[in-house]
Design a protein around this ligand. Structure first.
Ligand code: HAM
Length: 422
């Protein structure tokens, strides 16, 4: 037998039984984003490699280890590991942002060469928001309110909590970085080889080390919040006040720094305990320097992205109240001479007049018994049956598969009948 070819590790198929839940989650996300007046944008999945290196930072894990990069003739290209860089690139390229505040969202696949495990994949999907041109913290608060609203819509609000921090200006981080390195050098024996390397290149990332002994020592480390510049301090205080007033609970986590280099001021993550190690369902923050850094005029930015796989897993885990739509409402059954055409015509008429219904036409021959079995299997509520007698009389048998009842209707009355039934 010929050897079968499997999907790439960490890249998943979405089966016909899984897709209804995905569609449900995606439609909740879309509806909430639209209810805040944000506009959808779609960017390419492939971008030029230097875009990510410049935006996300050479020393981040994402850029240094996790990118899918290849040569296209003499140009180096990368499958996007996240959406912010491409969105900023597109905003500069098309002038979306100048003299014009923009509130944008996107949804789609991202690629990171990470070690796959539950909640962590090599192809995964994000829904993200990027807001350009609003410097004040009201918009940071709005983003958090929006995500909180979405959690309610998804029925997961009891299982996620908000971690918040401010990482201040570049200058403030530089000062903090020196203080942190000095502190960590006194505990160098606790650092792994990787952390020793980070101490040189990206010491702030050591703050979210998984090493328990180190974490305890880090509780006594200098705190970023104590090094904040005045502007960031005021910005953060205003954000916290507005969140308090709006009744949003959060924990200020001075160790929260995020894994991408473009952030300043606000950073936040929504985390859950219900998914094991990969508990961050949404992360984001401000990136006021990024547009300029990528060659645009200085424009502030703030945004977030959520992992759709993690949201789907969490919904599956904790929300058992969802009524997902069935794939098929009505199954069109027909058998005998001259029955195909009336069955097809009736199905098309129903689709035109009752577009919210899902109507499957049998199409594959066989006797009535086989066709009813199929109707049950796909979960239809009703079977519409046309045999030779019905075809000749311009009629149809409407069989309620759940109640086990049936009646004969004229073809002219079926639309009305089904309109009332659904
Ligand atoms: P991020 O924290 O790298 O931020 O990713 C955002 C979310 O994507 C994570 O919280 C997680 O839910 C999901 N995610 C990340 N990697 C994986 C993976 N390998 N498998 C499954 N899910 C994953 C960003 O990407 C920023 N661009 C967010 C942002 C937008 N900041 C400002 N604007």
């Amino acid at each position: 037998m010929t050897k079968t070819i499997q999907a790439i590790r960490g890249m998943n198929d979405c089966s016909p039984t899984e897709s209804p839940l995905w569609q449900w989650v995606e439609s909740k996300v879309r509806n909430v984003l639209q209810s805040y007046g944000y506009s959808e944008v779609r960017m390419p999945i492939v971008e030029s490699t230097p875009l990510f290196a410049r935006a996300i930072g050479e020393v981040t894990d994402v850029v240094s280890k996790e990118m899918y990069t290849f040569w296209d003739n003499d140009e180096q290209l990368t499958l996007r590991p996240e959406g912010t860089a491409g969105c900023v690139r597109a905003a500069i390229e098309h002038g979306w942002i100048y003299n014009n505040e923009q509130r944008l969202w996107y949804m789609g696949p991202m690629f990171r060469h990470e070690r796959p495990q539950k909640g962590r994949y090599r192809q995964f999907h994000q829904a993200g928001v990027e807001i350009f041109g609003i410097a004040n913290p009201e918009i940071d608060a709005e983003l958090i309110l929006l995500t909180a609203r979405l959690w309610k819509e998804l029925g997961i609000e009891q299982h996620v909590s908000l971690q918040l921090n401010s990482i201040g200006s570049l200058e403030a981080r530089k000062n903090y970085r020196s203080a942190l390195v000095e502190f960590l050098q006194q505990h160098i024996d606790l650092l792994s080889d990787e952390e020793k390397e980070r101490l040189e290149k990206n010491p702030l990332r050591i703050l979210d080390s998984k090493n328990q002994a180190l974490q305890e020592v880090l509780n006594g480390a200098p705190k970023l919040l104590d090094y904040l510049d005045e502007e960031s301090r005021v910005h953060f205080a205003q954000l916290c006040t507005l969140l308090d007033q709006m009744g949003i609970a959060y924990e200020v986590n001075p160790k929260l720094v995020r894994g991408l280099d473009y952030y300043n001021k606000t950073v936040f993550e929504w985390v859950t305990n219900a998914l094991g190690a990969q508990g961050t369902v949404c992360g984001g923050g401000r990136y006021d320097g990024l547009v300029e850094q990528l060659g645009g005029h200085a424009t502030t930015g703030v945004g977030f992205a959520m992992g759709l796989e993690r949201l789907v897993l969490l919904v599956q885990e904790v929300n058992h109240q969802i009524a997902l739509p069935r794939a098929v409402d009505i199954y069109m059954v027909y058998s005998g001479e001259g029955t195909t055409l009336p069955a097809f015509q009736l199905a098309e008429k129903l689709r035109k007049n009752l577009p919210h219904l899902r109507i499957m036409t049998h199409c594959s021959g066989g006797n009535f018994k086989k066709q009813f079995k199929r109707a049950d299997k796909v979960g239809a509520n009703f079977a519409l049956v046309i045999g030779e007698t019905e075809a000749a009389a311009q009629q149809v048998v409407v069989k309620d598969l759940l109640a086990g009842t049936q009646q004969v209707l004229s073809l002219d009355n079926v639309v009305d009948y089904l309109q009332k039934a659904f």
